[in-house]
Design a protein around this ligand. Structure first.
Ligand code: PMP
Ligand code: GLU
Length: 395
């Protein structure tokens, strides 16, 4: 261990999604034919109407520092979007634009948590949640779910996880990695539990909102009147608009939290990138119907990958209702020896697929559920077919 580094960073687990993507890149550079299904990144190009807005912003001379919490026009566009899509009425003092939803989440943890505060994380959760909590000296409290409950936490489980130290409930819906979506009624039942615990703040990560396959309508926790003042709604453009590298995310929050995020960001990164912010104004103000062609394509791929995976003995899949991941339970392989490799856990399984089938996936352990692996189907149909055929071959 390098004792010149802080305990804080030594104790952080590297992001498994980014690490696997880097490993796949490295192997590819060394000449291996790797199919990367590890990263949650649309394979589409950013739509032209958004690119053109960015080009126009460059021509118009948008090159100075931006307001720390975002351009006024972008905050107005976010307010319009929240009203239009989520029936949420935020004012400008409640919006903060950040460098990706990831920074938005990091800000929230930093400004809300004190040492030892507990954060309820229904499992599986997105990789970075637990480390973002730990970086703020908080304590993740994992609530296990399984494929049998469609990976959703029940109100009884929430109640049982709450202690006097609980400060936050934090989840994504649609969920990365399971694709599960909490219905309005299910969120209401969780909110009913929270009525008794006014100290608990909810972080509702809705970045996959638009990638919804039409079974369960998207619902926002903040849309319940009694939850509005204690919920932070997180969103961003990376997924639905194919803008992962543009790095824009945002929150709608109680004003005191938004102010605190603004203060933190002002000392850490300043305002988010000027050109990307201008482009996002266009992305958000255009009707969401302009991006449904991508959702339609993901839907076709979801059907395909489920068909292909369900055809492999030992894969047990739920039917994801949103996002672009499948999260199959692969416990049937535990304890088996495949081509000389013994599979003891999901990490062994994922590594085995990488090394023998040249297919990159992510171990379920990284998401707080070690019975599964995550496969991203934000890849071309041809690649998905080839990947699953290779997987089948080595199993
Ligand atoms: N939340 C979830 C659930 C995600 O999957 C991601 C993936 N990037 C993020 C937040 C972070 O998004 P961004 O790329 O905007 O930082
Ligand atoms: N959110 C994506 C994923 O889960 C992108 C990578 C990351 O930021 O973790 O794969």
């Amino acid at each position: 261990m390098n004792n010149k580094l802080s305990e804080r960073i030594i104790n952080v687990t590297p992001s498994a999604t980014l690490e696997m993507a880097a490993k796949a890149r490295e192997l590819r550079a060394s000449g291996k034919n790797i199919i990367g299904l590890s990263l949650g990144e649309p394979d589409f190009n950013t739509p032209d109407y958004i690119k053109e807005a960015a080009i126009q912003a460059i021509k118009d001379g948008y090159n100075s520092y931006t307001p720390v919490d975002g351009y006024v026009e972008l905050k107005d566009a976010i307010i319009t979007k929240f009203k239009r899509d989520n029936d949420l009425t935020y004012g400008p003092s409640q919006i903060v634009v950040s460098t990706g939803a990831k920074q938005a989440l990091y800000n929230i943890a930093q400004v809300v948590l004190n040492k030892g505060d507990e954060v309820v994380l229904p499992c599986p959760y997105w990789v970075s949640y637990s480390d973002i909590v730990k970086l703020a000296d908080g304590v993740p409290v994992e609530v296990a779910t399984s494929i049998d409950s469609d990976f959703k936490m029940t109100p009884q489980q929430l109640e049982a996880a709450i202690t006097p130290k609980t400060k936050m409930l934090w989840y994504s819906s649609p969920c990365n990695p399971s694709g599960s979506i909490y219905s309005k009624e299910e969120l209401r039942a969780l909110a009913d539990v929270l009525k008794k615990y006014p100290q608990i703040i909810v972080v509702s990560d809705e970045i996959y909102e638009h990638i919804n396959y039409g079974v369960t309508a998207h619902a926002s926790m903040a849309a319940f009147e009694d939850m509005f003042d204690r919920t932070v709604t997180v969103n961003g453009v990376a997924k639905a608009f194919a803008m992962t590298g543009w790095r824009i995310g945002y929150i709608g929050a109680p004003a005191y939290i938004a102010r605190a995020c603004n203060k933190l960001q002002g000392q850490v990164t300043s305002g988010a990138n000027c050109i990307a912010q201008r482009a996002v104004i266009t992305a958000l103000l255009e009707p969401p119907s302009r991006i449904t062609y991508m959702v339609d394509e993901f839907k076709k791929r979801r059907k395909l990958i489920l068909e292909l995976l369900n055809d492999i003995d030992g894969f047990k899949c739920n039917e994801p209702e949103g996002a672009f991941y499948v999260y199959p339970d692969i416990t049937a392989f535990f304890g088996k020896t495949l081509n000389g490799t013994t599979i003891n856990n999901a990490s062994d399984f994922s590594m085995y697929l990488l090394e023998t089938a040249n297919v990159a996936t992510v171990t379920g352990d990284a998401f707080g559920n070690g019975n599964c692996i995550r496969i991203s189907y934000a890849a071309a149909e041809k690649e998905l077919r080839e990947a699953v055929s290779r997987i089948k071959g080595v199993l």
